[in-house]
Design a protein around this ligand. Structure first.
Ligand SMILES: *Cc1c(COP(=O)(O)O)cnc(C)c1O
Length: 762
């Protein structure tokens, strides 16, 4: 049956509507159903195919809108576009469908890119995570302050999942048991034969609901249990790069890994093979320490099957690998012994066993799992895993030489690097169709599956190509301006330079440095010191963890700056500041294809890799950044001179930190002092005291200006003004094109291939 007939039929039979009267939600559900039908045969075939698989265990999957990417990957996007048009509808109506944001930021987005790449290249990688009822909160601004609201993503339906009642398992906590029900999502490879599975577990009440008890009001205990069980997958913790040591978070972590491993063992037992052979069939990748309880849980489950802890450990050592994503202390998971012992005593028992093994094998208390009544999850993960990887060269070097130095001495080959990547399907082909077409018109479309093919573009780069590139960028900027007007009600002239910083709000990412530099430019424009400044718009997008006070202060500060600048007729024909609301994957897609400059300005040593930087690069945008994370490798590939690099290096940061006095910079740099003083001199509305607190965090206390904003200020301003003066020139566009041409290393296809060759060997 033709798609048009299928759509009509579904809308008619499920909703009683014709295509013409169907709501967007109904149409979305109808089209999604067709996608699922198309996917089913390959999905079944992949499930039945033999061979070793890897499970990617992650508390977060920041997938983004699936309807377009699924159609693109199945190869039916163009067909469906035409079909909808012929039915009087428009495929762009699905832009209304919101993200299912089951992740915070880079870590969750990476997991989503990896699943896409693995399916595309026929690598048997399945995702395991949680089906949170509420994903990352929705953000709005009220008087410039961040306001959070629950994200009820399921209100659009969840048409790409299938509930697998038959695979449910029971997860045991000391106080109650919880049912884990899996929802399976097809992970459709682009133009491939593989459809892997993302399995998200939902927590439900384990006791059958008893209506008689409920009626007699004896249902109280039952109702309480129901609440506790559901609570486990109620909401995603909104902290990025920091641990919130709550029981509920611990329950989430254990619930996810226990359900995933029980599911595996149940199925493995049916094969009738020896447990010693597990690693020939299944291994697991731990996405940060969050799922590390998988290791003791695995040993515990094997013990239930009659294996000793020692036997279980020997198998576990072949089955687990661990990815570290950060060196920040506040993110390294450490759980108090009493919490583990209280909630999951049998698992804690295995952890104690692992501690005795570590004492036997390694005599260095710094490497102990249990130390001062605290369980160090990273030490547990490193001790048992076959491989531990960092996510960019510079980050892996810091792990080897600093954070995990002692581990590297006892296990010299365990720590290795796999640089992160992004999927070129979502981050070029889908979000920038015009650029994709320009490329495909020259070299065909194989680059979408093999970015190294961009090499073949090199002979085609002439004046015409550059002009086409510029035209596309300008078109994308117009589309973005229009969207910002609709979404955020701010006018930006698309002829302005679009300078974009989008990422989670965190002090180490230094949105504050960007903010201060804008005030500096504002002052220089007002006094007439800055003559040939080209009109420039500074665009921010970021969510702050709701409990992260200083991050929220930075949001307020930037919104106040926007208010000042945008309403000042003396400068607002040269300067605009926009903080877009509710930055998420779909917004990122619109922003990265319309950027003239990519802000990647973390303090050197802090951003493990970054992946936002790669998205911009692939869309032909130069980086204004520090030598941090994958920026270093971006410069290696595209040329340092084709980006705008500034600031202290990791070594210089370490040296300066020995004896850093931010107040010295204020005293010796009056222009810096002037912009910093706006935090306290009444320039801005601060009735709640956020800006004052921000000022204090910079100038007083043990951690004053911990991320060296003042120390990098001058060099940042210079680089920023250089961008402004070069923008629009041949040199500038040369930089854009060189970035795009040389981005192939940052395809997550390459990352996945590295994982497979170095670690998984599937
Ligand atoms: C890519 C992405 C990130 C990660 O951005 P970084 O700049 O690497 O921190 C965060 N959030 C969303 C929505 C993304 O798409």
């Amino acid at each position: 049956m033709k798609y048009s007939e299928q759509i009509e039929l579904i809308l008619n039979s499920y909703y009683g509507h014709s295509t013409k009267d169907a709501s967007v939600k109904e149409l979305y559900n109808a089209v999604s159903r067709i996608v699922m039908n198309e996917a089913l045969p390959k999905w079944d075939a992949t499930k039945k195919s033999e061979g070793k698989r890897c499970g990617y265990l992650s508390l977060e999957f920041l997938i983004g809108r699936l309807v377009y990417s699924n159609m693109l990957n199945l190869g039916i996007l163009e067909d469906m576009k035409k079909t909808l048009k012929s039915l009087g509808r428009d495929i762009n109506e699905f832009e209304e469908i919101e993200d299912d944001a089951l992740g915070n930021g880079g870590l969750g987005r990476l997991a989503a890119c990896f699943l896409d790449s693995a399916a595309t290249h026929d690598i048997k990688l399945d995702g395991y995570g949680l089906r949170y009822k509420y994903g990352l909160f929705k953000q709005s601004f009220v008087d410039g302050y961040q306001h959070e609201e629950a994200d009820d993503w399921q209100k659009w339906g969840d048409p790409f999942s299938i509930r697998k009642e038959e695979d449910k398992v029971l997860v045991h906590f000391s106080d109650f048991d919880v049912l884990a029900i899996p929802y399976d999502y097809p992970v459709i490879g682009y133009n491939s034969n593989t459809i892997n599975t993302l399995r998200l577990w939902q927590a439900e009440n384990a006791n059958d609901f008893n209506f008689t008890d409920f009626d007699n009001m004896n249902g109280k205990t039952n109702a309480v249990a129901d609440y506790q069980a559901n609570e486990i997958t109620y909401v995603l913790y909104p902290n990025d790069n920091s641990l919130e040591g709550k029981y509920l978070r611990l329950r989430q972590e254990y619930f996810m890994v226990s359900a995933s491993l029980q599911d595996f063992i149940n199925k493995y037992k049916k094969k009738g093979l020896s447990f010693n052979e597990i690693s020939n069939y299944q291994i697991w990748q731990l996405n940060d320490t969050h799922p590390t309880l998988a290791i003791p849980e695995f040993i515990r489950l094997l013990n239930n099957e009659g294996l000793s802890y020692n036997e279980g450990l020997a198998i576990a050592r072949k089955c687990f690998n661990f990815t570290n994503h950060t060196i920040m202390g506040e993110a390294l998971e450490k759980w108090p012994v009493f919490m583990l012992n209280e909630l999951i005593p049998d698992v804690y028992n295995v952890i104690q066993f692992l501690q005795t093994k570590i004492e036997e094998e390694l005599h260095n208390p710094n490497l102990f799992i249990i130390h001062d009544n605290v369980v160090h999850m990273a030490n547990l993960a490193i001790f048992v895993s076959s491989h531990v990887n960092g996510v960019a060269k510079i980050h892996t070097n810091i792990l080897k030489n600093d954070t995990f130095k002692m581990w590297n001495e006892v296990y010299p080959n365990k720590i290795l690097n796999v640089t992160n990547g992004i999927t070129p399907r979502r981050w070029v082909a889908l979000n920038n169709p015009k650029l994709a077409k320009l490329i495909s018109n020259k070299i065909g479309d194989e680059w979408i599956k093999d970015l190294s093919k961009l090499e073949e573009l090199k002979p085609y780069i002439d004046e015409k190509f550059v002009n086409d590139f510029i035209k596309i960028k300008n078109d994308n900027k117009k589309i973005l301006s229009k969207y910002i007007k609709e979404h955020d009600n701010v006018d930006i002239d698309s002829s302005f330079i679009f300078d974009i910083q989008i990422k989670r709000l965190h002090e180490y990412k230094r949105q504050l440095l960007n903010a201060l530099s804008i005030l500096y430019i504002y002052n220089e424009l007002k006094t007439g010191n800055l003559k040939d400044f080209k009109p420039q718009a500074f665009i921010f997008g970021a969510k702050s963890a709701p409990g992260y006070y200083i991050a929220k202060a930075i949001i307020k500060f930037i919104n106040e700056i926007a208010n000042l600048v945008n309403n000042d007729p003396q400068v607002n024909n040269k300067l605009k500041v926009i903080f877009v609301e509710n930055y998420n994957v779909s917004y990122a897609e619109r922003l990265v294809c319309a950027a003239d400059i990519s802000e990647q300005i973390s303090m050197a040593g802090m951003e493990a890799s970054g992946t936002g930087n790669m998205k911009f690069m692939a869309n032909g945008t130069p980086t204004l950044g520090t030598l941090d994370g994958a920026n270093v490798e971006i410069c290696d590939m595209a040329g340092i001179d084709n980006n705008y690099i500034f600031g202290l290096t990791v070594d210089e940061v370490n040296e300066l930190k020995k004896n850093y006095d931010p107040n010295w910079y204020l005293d010796n740099n009056l222009k810096l002092k002037a912009v910093v003083n706006t935090l306290i001199d009444g320039t801005f509305n601060d009735e709640k005291g956020y800006l004052k607190a921000l000022y204090n965090s910079l100038t007083t206390g043990d951690r004053k200006d911990y991320y060296l904003v003042f120390a990098d200020f001058d060099s940042y301003i210079n680089a920023k003004l250089k961008v402004n003066s070069e923008f629009g020139t041949k040199e500038y566009y040369h930089k854009c094109i060189q970035n795009m041409l040389n981005c192939s290393k940052f395809s997550s296809d390459r990352s996945i291939n590295d994982y497979n060759e170095l670690i998984w060997k599937l």
